[in-house]
Design a protein. Structure first.
Length: 235
């Protein structure tokens, strides 16, 4: 089949006296471009999920036969990060006469999933003399892979009914490569449930009524949470 070119058609007749010829030219011109249809737009969460180029997914036809399909290229736009961008994927259909048509499929890559802490510090209740240091080595992962930055943001304190009863709130922040952020708060309840411990307490004695000693003044006490300890005599 021809869809481009010029051809001559000639007739020849002859009789006993001789012969004669006549002819005309046929010029074939295909000016109609092929039609091509790309797949519908698609959205994915991560760059790793962008579908592969697939010529079989593109349909094309031509008035003079079957056109040739090809992938023109992928053009990124609206790039925020590797996992937030728009990809314009272009395909071309070209017929035997050089007529061509293109179409484009829009692929949207949009990572909106927050990272996940791998080992978040758990809430706990501790005595006042056993408050732990802020946890180190806190890590997080992301659904799209890549490094996740984890930062310790510090702590706030809420006082309770005494100086040794209070609550600490410690916060960490995990940020993925596209700026998605998740925070984690560890709550530490600090309590004082242990009484002070005496030292230098006088031993029990039996005395005459006229020899009752005065209250000892050397009695001391220590506390696991606070110092000094107030000592009073109850007669």
């Amino acid at each position: 089949a021809f869809n481009k070119g010029r051809f001559e058609v000639e007739w020849k007749v002859s009789d006993g006296s001789g012969s004669a010829t006549c002819g005309y030219f046929i010029e074939i011109k295909d000016n109609t471009p092929p039609s091509i249809t790309c797949r519908n737009p698609v959205s994915v969460s991560c760059a790793s999920a962008v579908p592969a180029v697939n010529l079989a997914s593109v349909t094309a036809s031509d008035n003079c036969g079957s056109p040739t399909k090809s992938h023109v290229g992928d053009t990124p736009s609206n790039v925020v990060c590797a996992n937030i961008r728009t990809i314009t994927r272009s395909y071309r259909a070209q017929d035997g006469a050089g007529n061509s048509t293109t179409c484009a499929q829009i692929i949207t890559v949009n990572d909106v999933t927050l990272p996940t802490f791998s080992n978040p510090p758990a809430n706990t209740t501790v005595p006042c003399n056993a408050v732990p240091n802020p946890a180190t080595g806190v890590t997080a992962t992301d659904n799209c892979g890549g490094a996740v930055t984890v930062e310790y943001l510090g702590q706030t304190r809420a006082d309770g009914n005494c100086a040794s009863n209070y609550t600490l709130s410690r916060r960490w922040r995990a940020t993925d490569l596209c700026g998605n952020v998740r925070t984690h708060t560890q709550v530490i309840n600090v309590t004082d449930t242990q009484g002070p411990v005496f030292s230098g307490v006088p031993v029990n004695v039996t005395v005459q009524c006229n020899a009752v000693p005065t209250p000892a003044t050397s009695v001391t006490a220590v506390d696991n949470c606070s110092s000094p300890v107030t000592i009073s005599v109850n007669n």
